[in-house]
Design a protein around this ligand. Structure first.
Ligand code: 5GP
Length: 193
């Protein structure tokens, strides 16, 4: 969109946030609003939630299959995001999306986001979506209703640690009012792609 100057054109957008930061709403909005993007479908060893479909939100693999594919070198990166639950970016997804001349949109945890930024450097823009506060994050997770109180406390504790890495990202977006956050993110995309 904005390639008229001498800047290196970017073909990767990395979106990371502590869980409950409102990341999936923002990612969904970007996919609807900008046809330059295609979503990188990750592989995971967690079970499908609700209406999730294999191949759409994730490729759902058994832990054995995940490990086999990791040993086989099928991933660009992978992480044990929660104890015993693996998530990873498949090389085949990266090839598919670039093969279609699209910009890859990664929805990925904070560690994974930093690893991808190291890998793709100036060809990528990394965006950290921060909740306004840990208390707001806790309230959002309670409202979402997909986690037990114990799991929520674990996620909040993890988020507190992850917030410390926000400075390693190219842009930080505080998701307080959703409408404002969506407007801000659109502006960032228009300026950088
Ligand atoms: P959920 O289980 O809520 O869908 O995702 C949990 C976390 O895993 C989210 O922060 C999500 O962004 C992250 N995640 C999804 N795919 C990948 C991936 O391919 N690699 C890594 N490192 N994290 C991922």
């Amino acid at each position: 969109m904005n390639n008229s100057n001498n800047k290196i054109s970017k073909n990767v957008l990395i979106v990371s946030a502590p869980s409950g930061g409102g990341k999936s709403t923002i990612v969904g909005h970007l996919l609807k609003s900008f046809n330059i993007f295609d979503f990188s479908v990750s592989a995971t060893s967690r079970a499908p939630r609700g209406s999730e479909v294999n191949g759409k939100e994730y490729f759902f693999l058994t832990q054995d299959e995940f490990k086999r594919r990791a040993l086989n070198g099928d991933f660009v990166e992978y992480e044990e995001v929660y104890p015993g639950l693996f998530y990873g970016t498949l090389k085949s997804e990266v090839e598919r999306i670039w093969g279609n001349n699209k910009v890859i949109l990664f929805d990925i945890d904070v560690m994974g986001g930093m690893n991808l930024k190291k890998l793709y450097g100036e060809k990528s823009l990394s965006l950290f979506i921060a909740p306004p506060s840990l208390e707001t994050l806790r309230e959002r997770l309670i409202k979402r209703g997909t986690d037990t109180p114990e799991a929520i406390e674990k996620r909040v504790a993890k988020a507190e640690k992850e917030m410390q890495y926000s400075g390693n990202f190219d842009k930080i977006l505080v998701n307080d009012d959703l409408q404002t956050a969506l407007e801000e993110v659109e502006k960032i995309i228009k300026e950088n792609f």
